[in-house]
Design a protein around this ligand. Structure first.
Ligand code: AMP
Length: 610
């Protein structure tokens, strides 16, 4: 099907061709011919990003009689953002049809300018309900000549409390007009508007009612509340080309998540209700032109954000109103592209997943937050790809080549590769070198739902097992403790298992102190640990593991000063202290038992290079 076959005029076809639209999208195919007939009310159930602006915009422009200098079309939409966007799109569709004058009216902008533009002879008004009512009150806007009213994102407008404004506006339009209503979801209030203000509407549904685009992968990841940020970071790092939107339920969370991301070196910012319009515009511009890679927003602030090419939508907790999920997820996979929507939820709230699944009529896939290994693997692939693809500016670097050659002549090819890769890659290695598995199991499964408790419970169970059955158990000392970031026994166990490859079940009682720990181990395991761990480093400090005959008598008087016989590596040296100081300044770390399998790689596709 072509745009011509849909019945559009040549001027409009020329405009869509200039925009690079090759074929009509499904909603355009189903909608444009119906609306061009001009004799029906219409309901279109479609998500944002499906091409619905053109689906109503092109027929609306085609219907405009440019010789009749009066308002003939009114488009109502929920937010200033969307208002500006629709106006921009429609202006580009009408580029080759002379005499079409589209004016946007929205709050937070100079009303006198808008009045002046309307008075110049508007024939299409695109407005938010509040400002439209305001201008009606000032007698600047009169709708008695309007033949078509479009209600775009009707569900959002009602959600935002515009029901009375919409009713008032509709009542100011003539009885002969036609109403075209677009909505992503069909809650009862929207149905009521359709019943009360529309006559036998032609209804088109793209996908299923309330559904999101077919090309969105809906996923959820079970992590504890305190690991939501870590999980988010891992997903971001795992997808080097991602361009994402993170939804938070509260302004405070949005601000906190954005601040943390910025502190960790990401191009991120927050969009929430505490910002002034100017700040909001500045953040949105940065996001639109990709200066920001990640925008963290509240549901309310993100209304009307229609930015193309968003690859990922993250949900820090599911929204209070389950229907908002559809809107959130619909910010990705626009214009026929694909996208991923990932909800980061704690197992205790996982019951809400079912509600979302019901809402979108689709299953959500349980995925794991990528492990450090997954991320580093992915990043290195990306780095190598970038090196492969980089355009060499031979002329530009020529003047420096002699100097470069002189400086690097002593390195072998292998060393050079290692050094150049390290420049980019050390950051990831450092961040994830001790990162364990932060994924939790669904509630009711063996592992429970709070990692800290779970780990302690698990080691508790292990203690029982060891004291019951394993008379031959030995104790092993390791010069790593709470000051290295291990908050509980489960975390240090995870680290040890990850580093040494031993099975966690072969470790029994764990005594965790500030700067060292003791582990009860089954026969043969101590030797394995000693062999695997000795010589490894933690924050540049050498790890020391050895058999201990002593029963720990509790922590030494000053917990930062272990008993001398347990001092290990260089921790007690100034170098060790310096390292510890660095750790303390860094972000709080979480360690857990590691699952370094690459399962996540299956769940995330590679994205565009940065
Ligand atoms: P919308 O759902 O109207 O917000 O449109 C989403 C994006 O798709 C916008 O950037 C449009 O410019 C673009 N678009 C709309 N229709 C088409 C089409 N037929 N082919 C390609 N892109 C389109």
């Amino acid at each position: 099907m072509t745009f011509k076959e849909l019945g559009l005029d040549d001027t409009l076809i020329k405009a869509v061709e200039a925009l690079g639209f090759e074929t009509p999208s499904p909603i355009q195919e189903k909608t444009i011919p119906v609306l061009l007939e001009g004799n029906r009310d219409y309901v279109g159930l479609a998500q944002t990003g499906t091409g619905k602006t053109a689906a109503f915009g092109l027929p609306l422009i085609q219907q405009i009689d440019v010789d009749y200098r009066a308002i003939q079309g009114l488009v109502l939409c929920p937010t200033r953002e969307l208002c500006l966007q629709i106006t921009k799109e429609m202006k580009s569709y009408s580029k080759y049809k002379e005499g079409v004058n589209i004016v946007a009216v929205y709050g937070g902008a100079n009303i006198s300018d808008q009045i002046r533009d309307i008075k110049k002879g508007a024939n299409i008004i695109v407005g938010t309900p509040g400002r439209t009512i305001d201008l009606m009150g000032r007698k600047v806007l009169k709708f008695d000549t309007v033949s078509t009213v479009v209600l775009d994102e009707a569900d959002e407008m009602l959600n935002m409390g515009f029901k009375e404004d919409i009713t008032e506006i509709l009542e100011a339009t003539p009885a002969f007009k036609h109403t075209w209503l677009f909505s992503a979801t069909m809650p009862r209030e929207v149905e009521r508007i359709a019943q009360n203000y529309m006559e036998n509407p032609h209804t088109v549904t793209i996908g299923t009612k309330n559904s999101t685009a077919a090309n969105i992968e809906h996923q959820y990841c079970l992590v504890s509340g305190r690991d939501q940020y870590h999980a988010l970071r891992r997903f971001i790092d795992f997808s080097p080309g991602m361009f994402g939107l993170v939804f938070c339920r509260t302004r405070r969370d949005a601000k906190e998540f954005a601040d943390k991301l910025m502190a960790d070196g990401y191009n991120a910012d927050a969009l929430h209700g505490d910002l002034s319009q100017a700040q909001r515009d500045s953040v949105m511009n940065k996001f639109r032109n990709r200066t920001l890679q990640v925008l963290v927003a509240t549901d309310v602030a993100a209304r009307g954000i229609d930015v193309d090419d968003i690859t990922h939508v993250f949900h820090v907790d599911l929204p209070d109103e389950i229907e908002s999920y559809t809107h959130r997820a619909g910010r990705t996979a626009r214009a026929g592209k694909s996208g991923i929507s990932v909800a980061l939820v704690s197992p205790s709230k996982a019951g809400r997943i079912k509600l979302v699944e019901k809402q979108i009529s689709k299953k959500m896939e349980l995925v794991k937050a990528p492990t450090g290994n997954d991320i580093c693997g992915q990043q290195i692939v990306q780095l190598i790809q970038t090196v492969h693809d980089v355009e060499i500016n031979t002329k530009g670097i020529a003047p420096y080549l002699d100097k470069i050659n002189e400086e690097l002549s002593n390195f072998s090819k292998e060393e050079l590769i290692q050094r150049f890769v390290s420049v980019e890659f050390n950051r990831f290695l450092k961040t994830y070198e001790k990162a364990g598995d932060i994924n939790l199991e669904p509630r009711g499964s063996r592992r429970g739902d709070d990692r800290g408790e779970r780990d302690d419970r698990r080691s508790g169970r292990r203690e029982d097992r060891m004291s019951e059955g394993s008379q031959n158990s030995k104790r092993v000392f390791i010069n790593v403790g709470k000051l290295d970031g291990f908050e509980n026994k489960g975390q240090i166990l995870g680290f040890i298992c990850n580093q040494s490859g031993i099975d966690g079940n072969s470790v029994g009682k764990i005594d965790l102190f500030d700067s060292f720990a003791f582990l009860g181990v089954e026969d043969g395991v101590g030797e394995k640990l000693i062999q695997a761990m000795n010589g490894k480093n933690i924050e540049k400090r050498e790890i020391r593991v050895e058999f201990s005959q002593d029963k720990p008598r509790g922590e030494s008087r000053d917990s930062r000063e272990p008993r001398s016989e347990y001092r290990g590596g260089s921790r007690s040296s100034s170098g060790g202290d310096r390292n510890r100081g660095d750790r303390d300044r860094g972000p709080k770390k979480n360690y857990s038992s590691s699952n370094s399998g690459g399962a996540n790689a299956r769940n995330f596709r590679e994205r565009r290079p940065r």
